[in-house]
Ligand binder design. Structure first.
Ligand code: 4AD
Ligand code: MG
Length: 463
């Protein structure tokens, strides 16, 4: 008998077809002489209704085992459904129960559970409608990202997770060590003796693959990384994770305008792809999570993003008729309330803010002729705030060295990065997209912990 996925059956299944499905029971309804179960295999939001007649061998014993959460295999014939809500259903001929789920203890019973509660059962929450939809959309976003870059001839490069450099210079690094923490070798001056550690030097989990992506762009012109990044920033917010995925394209022979153009085309492509490939899941988010999700997606696809400089943004914020918690003045970084005011209230669409003060941005960003600002850009999304951060990179050796020193870093630690400016340097630019913030933006999910299967946040790394 042919085994088929439920999404495919619901899409194209025809009455009289014989087939076999495997999945988990979502609900059971017992009636006189027959019963219904809804089976879900994760391939779609909708489950397949299975009808079991009492003349099925071992009917009573099987029905008793088919509680919510149990795993089953059903072979049977598709028939037109008499009931509302589905076109076809599967009339069971044989039912095999793989594993039961005790209704007294299985935590996912048929009722709405809060996301807070579901986070405490991270090993089971993917079996709910919401998380099913989230992780299918997450998968579609990832596919769209690769498709976008591959179609444009970008090479997917794999940058290291263990690194010796702090790309963002923000000191939010997790240490990586092979030391036994109960017995750390010390130098004569009682400092940690890293020479004896696994790599013979201090190492960390990467905060960004950018520096290595720049290396690869200086050989392949256009590249991108897409992998996990780590930040030991103690922010307990709905938009921060300690482990998150980042997409980072890097382009040689490209300036900030080219960078912004790429970022805008990129976001439009991903939204379009997801609307086309996950209409049912997106409809679900619009109905259950945030009724602006579909309108937002259309808005992204069809309208140009608003572009303005940091200086212009500050003057708009100074004129704003709302009271901000944090002060606004030229030279201070934008806080999330400011970002959201611009994107959500003022322009009602994504906003690209460029040319930030050099003092508040990373060492690698290209200094402008005014020597006060750098060629940086952030894309701010309604409800989320910063979703993309990028810049044109400083390609001039002498200026870069000065910027590194000014930020209290040592040029010799970045000798290989500086070599890129010694040998065949070119103007180049890139950006980083926070993948989970994109999925949040796409789905309307309020908390970033609910768009990654296994969130890592301060005091939490259970599953
Ligand atoms: O703005 P960030 O720090 O930029 C970089 O890391 C650059 N090296 C990127 C580049 O130019 N190649 O981070 C990029 C994006 C942010 O805009 C945000 O969307 C996301 O990464 N991000 C986080 N997402 C979840 N949790 C966190 N703690 C995040 N920190 C940054
Ligand atoms: Mg940033």
């Amino acid at each position: 008998m042919v085994k088929r996925r439920i999404a495919e059956i619901l899409r194209s299944g025809q009455p009289d077809e014989s087939l076999l499905i495997q999945g988990w029971v979502r609900t059971k309804r017992e009636l006189k002489g027959f019963s219904f179960i809804e089976v879900n295999d994760g391939s779609s939001l909708a489950s397949l209704q299975v009808v079991m007649n009492q003349d099925l061998p071992d009917y009573e014993a099987i029905i008793k085992k088919l509680n919510t959460g149990a795993s089953v295999e059903v072979a049977g014939v598709l028939v037109p459904s008499q009931g509302k809500g589905q076109r076809i259903e599967l009339k069971a001929e044989t039912v095999k129960v793989y594993g039961e789920a005790d209704p007294e203890t299985y935590p996912l019973q048929k009722k709405r559970h809060s996301y807070e509660f579901l986070r405490t059962i991270g090993h089971l929450r993917s079996r709910t409608n919401s998380f099913g939809a989230v992780f299918r959309v997450r998968n579609a976003c990832a596919t769209a990202i690769h498709q976008f870059f591959q179609e444009r001839g970008f090479l997917w490069v794999h940058t290291p997770i263990i690194t010796a450099s702090d790309c963002e210079g923000a000191g939010e690094l997790f240490n990586v060590t092979g030391f036994n923490l109960k017995d750390i070798p010390r130098t004569e001056k009682n400092a940690v003796d890293y020479a004896q550690d696994f790599f013979g030097r201090p190492t960390y989990l990467t905060v960004s693959g950018q520096l290595e992506a720049e290396v690869m762009a200086m050989a392949f012109s256009n590249v991108y990384t897409f992998g996990p990044t780590f930040r030991a920033e103690n922010s307990n917010t709905s938009r921060h994770l300690a482990e998150f995925w980042m997409v980072e394209p890097e382009m040689a022979f490209c300036d900030l305008d080219g960078d912004m153009d790429l970022a805008e085309a990129f976001l439009k492509h991903v939204f379009k792809y997801v609307l086309e490939t996950c209409p049912e899941d997106m409809e679900f988010f619009n109905q259950r999570i945030d009724d602006t999700v579909l309108a937002t997606a259309e808005n992204i696809i069809n309208n140009e993003f608003q572009r303005l400089t940091y200086t212009e943004a500050i003057s708009l914020l100074e004129k704003a008729d709302v009271k901000f918690e944090y002060p606004v003045s030229w030279g201070l970084d934008l806080q999330s309330e400011h970002e959201r005011y611009l994107a959500e209230q003022l322009f009602k669409k994504p906003v690209i803010v460029s040319d930030y003060p050099a003092k508040i941005k990373a060492f690698y960003m290209r200094l402008s002729d005014d020597e006060k600002t750098v060629r940086a850009m952030d894309i701010l999304a309604p409800k989320i705030g910063e979703i993309i951060g990028g810049s044109q990179r400083e390609e001039r050796l002498d200026v870069l060295e000065k910027r590194i020193l000014a930020q209290g870093m040592k040029p010799e630690d970045l000798w290989w990065y500086l070599d890129l400016r010694r040998y065949g340097t070119v103007p180049h630019a890139g950006f980083g997209l926070g993948f989970e913030r994109l999925v949040q933006f796409m789905t309307g999910m309020g908390n970033i912990r609910d768009v990654i299967p296994f969130p890592r946040t301060p005091q939490s790394a259970e599953f």
